[in-house]
Ligand binder design. Sequence first.
Ligand SMILES: Nc1nc2c(ncn2[C@@H]2O[C@H](COP(=O)(O)OP(=O)(O)OP(=O)(O)O)[C@@H](O)[C@H]2O)c(=O)[nH]1
Ligand SMILES: [Mg+2]
Length: 371
Amino acid sequence: MEHSGQPITMLFVCLADAKLAQSEIEKNITELWNLASALGNATVVDIILQKGVPQRPLYIGPGKAREVADYINNHKVDVIVVDGALTPNQKFNLTKMYWDTNPKIEVWDRMDLILSIFSRHARTTEAKLQIEMARMRHMGPSIYGMGMILSRQAGGIGTRGLGETNTELMKRHWKREMKRVTEDLGKLKGIRERQIEHRRNAGLSTVSLVGYTNAGKTSLFNALTHKKNLVENALFATLDSAVGEIYMPELGKSIIISDTIGFIKDLPPELIEAFTSTLLESISADVVLHVIDASDPDIFGKIDIVEDILHQLGIPEEKVFLVFNKIDAIPELNREKVITRTVPYPHVFLSTVTREGMDELLAAILPRFKK
Ligand SMILES: Nc1nc2c(ncn2[C@@H]2O[C@H](COP(=O)(O)OP(=O)(O)OP(=O)(O)O)[C@@H](O)[C@H]2O)c(=O)[nH]1
Ligand SMILES: [Mg+2]
């Protein structure tokens, strides 16, 4: 799974519902492409598309699976990325099918790709543990999944068939590891909870930044706090929550602001679960700023996705403020239309580049802290 830095060639295998419009299909492929580029060392050599719905043993149909086999027979491919969620069995069956052509081939689904990006970007112990947890959940104690991964780690072809005992052993190992990671994360979550409690007791108000990945959350965080956290035109540049302060002269004190991981379409539930400790900052905030890339052609689709996740996290609507960022990049934006589509939330339009709208944002959230 870890290709640490070496170039990886990827083949995308996408399944699209026959009812899906061409523009939707293209949007999905573009997002998968953006995810792959967030890895930093992946090249997508081709896309094999099938129209239809997932099938049981191989996810794609048997004919399509053979087409993929032909492809990898004739081209160098390190990783086959299936744009969807594979069951451990489907992943095993597909991998087995391509093993003979390329014993090193790996089959990933969308979650594996996201996890690889996360691993690449994780810096803190907490982020690393969260990813480990998500990865273990994703693999599950599944007999085939574990058997496959471990036998391959053990050295490939000769050790393919794992016996019953080994599988049982692996299951126990999975449970033990899961327990360890859960406990370690629990401790870190406890520390975070105490910090949040402490701030609350000290009468400090908090604002959190949430939004689709690449919307400009960290840019806004930096602009408000005068910090220099990593801003990147890549998905998931931020994986941890960073906390800073903004001095509010009108209040005669500072408020706390937190930046966190970005959201994405079909965010796997395993990830939300695993990242709850990072997301605690957002959940507990007094004001939640939903940062939006106003220049994104799919602005409303992304707003809906983020709102959905905020809802899942139990963040009340009254706390949410919409921040339409990057207005410098889209001077022709029809603000009226945008607002009509996004009532009843209060909103501001701004640019972290020109700083237009920044004062307006602070003025708009100020009344929330006076009470
Ligand atoms: N034109 C323009 N670009 C911006 C603006 N704000 C941010 N960007 C760019 O948008 C990209 C993403 O910015 P980030 O601040 O890293 O976005 P993020 O929401 O923190 O992204 P993740 O942490 O990856 O989820 C970067 O290339 C920024 O330079 C803005 O106001 N105008
Ligand atoms: Mg960020």
